[in-house]
Design a protein around this ligand. Structure first.
Ligand SMILES: *Cc1c(COP(=O)(O)O)cnc(C)c1O
Length: 417
């Protein structure tokens, strides 16, 4: 747990005066809720029945035999409802919203994954939900926009600034400040002012608690846990039961993108442009320009493409408890293909960073030990990114023929009826 919202020198709540009261109220509401057995029981029921927990811990036996090092296990978060770990946090906060008597949820989303999880959680609990999304992202991420709308959420395109995630966050903060009595701002990663980093970690820690039990039942001697780190929510939840101990090794894989130069990656712990700063209400390590603005970032995975990182990870990285590796896009794609073919497990591009980090170290670890990869999400959502890479010509032909077919007025449903 943080100390008054701080992890070492990182964290805090750097918010404008108008957000003081809603943040204090949220803090009080959250810490009361997690002491209340009836809240925890309701949460557990949702985790079991709505999310589909526990998610399995799969032995990757073909990869293990092929590589000849430590036994590789995969925590299958991608099997959770909506396809990734983000639902663990979304349903936790949505349940808190009901308890606190708020009547409306807002959220920000970049690629749309958090928007999808929030929209699903709100639909399930019957809470109206509005999602801020940069206009550029709305255009690029239509499949997720369609899914959010399918769950009944309203997607609001943000036209300020660069029209991407950081502008969506600013707009959501402004909305929250204007409607603090009715509205909860459901932040999607372990980021933002206190109490969000503690709250999101606690809702995601169900991953780590399950892993600990599953590993004990299989008698595993765990040498390392490996997870990808965007904002940091899947990794911090996965590592949670082990943070205070000195073993196993905890490894965070961040986006190495296409290189080490400015704007070529999103490496907040290992990158050249990484420094301390205060952005979006918290102090952490950020990729910033010389004059302190958020830098450009780049990654093949939308979920890791963010200039900030969970403040607890900034602290754990500085202290050395968590090791960070930047994984380049090319290595990510190789790991993705490797596990798809060897195990029939299709990693999300984000999670494939963790898979690649595991592939880097597995041969150094003795055979009687285990290494566990958190597959934070499954890769179906990435088909518009992986197809142009692996089968460019066929994909372009497909898109062209779809467009021609739709423009000819042949809409499948009506045409067939
Ligand atoms: C959003 C996302 C991430 C990155 O977010 P964290 O908060 O760092 O976990 C990782 N994996 C998947 C599948 C995602 O959708």
């Amino acid at each position: 747990m943080s100390e008054n919202g701080y992890f070492g020198v990182f964290g805090g709540k750097y918010v404008p005066e108008v957000l003081r009261r809603p943040i204090d109220e949220l803090e009080k509401g959250f810490y009361e809720a997690i002491q209340d057995p009836s809240f925890l029981e309701e949460l557990k029921t949702l985790q079991d029945n709505f999310i589909g927990r526990p998610t399995p811990l799969l032995f990757a036996k073909n990869a293990t035999a092929d590589l000849g090092g430590a036994k590789i296990y995969i925590k299958m978060e991608g099997l959770a409802n909506t396809g990734a770990h983000k639902i663990n946090n979304a349903i936790g906060q949505a349940l808190l919203v009901k308890r606190m008597g708020k009547t409306r949820v807002i959220a920000e989303t970049g690629a749309g994954q958090h928007g999808v999880a929030t929209a699903a959680a709100c639909a399930h609990l019957g809470i109206p939900c509005e999602i801020y999304m940069g206009e550029v992202d709305v255009r690029r991420q239509q499949p997720n926009v369609a899914t959010m709308e399918m769950y009944g959420a309203k997607v609001i395109p943000v036209r300020s600034g660069s029209k991407t995630l950081k502008d969506a966050i600013n707009e959501a903060m402004r909305d929250w400040a204007s409607h603090p009595d009715t509205t909860h701002y459901l932040i999607g990663s372990a980021l933002g002012p206190a109490p969000f980093p503690d709250m999101v970690r606690i809702f995601q820690s169900v991953i780590g608690r399950e892993v600990k039990e599953q590993a004990a039942a299989k008698n595993l001697d765990i040498a390392a846990l490996v997870a990808c780190v965007g904002g940091g929510s899947n990794a911090i939840g996965f590592f949670e039961p082990y943070l205070e101990a000195t073993a196993p090794r905890l490894i965070g894989a961040e986006a190495g993108g296409i290189g080490t130069g400015y704007g070529e990656n999103a490496a907040r712990m290992t990158g050249n442009a990484a420094r301390e700063g205060i952005v979006h209400g918290y102090k952490s390590r950020f990729l910033l320009t010389e004059d302190g603005q958020m830098a450009e970032t780049r990654s093949i995975s939308a979920g890791l493409d963010y200039p900030g990182i969970n403040p607890q990870f900034a602290d754990l990285g500085v202290s050395g408890r968590v090791e960070f590796m930047a994984i380049p896009d090319k290595e990510v794609l190789e790991a993705l293909q490797y596990f798809a073919r060897k195990e029939g497990v299709f990693f999300a591009l984000e999670s494939a960073h963790a898979a690649a980090a595991a592939l880097r170290i597995v041969k150094e670890i003795p055979k009687d030990k285990a290494i566990i990869i958190n597959m934070s999400g499954r890769g179906d959502k990435d088909i518009f990114i992986t197809s142009p890479v692996f089968r460019n010509r066929q994909w372009k032909e497909f898109l062209k023929s779809e467009l021609t077919r739709l423009e000819s007025g042949a809409d499948i449903y009506h045409a067939k009826n």
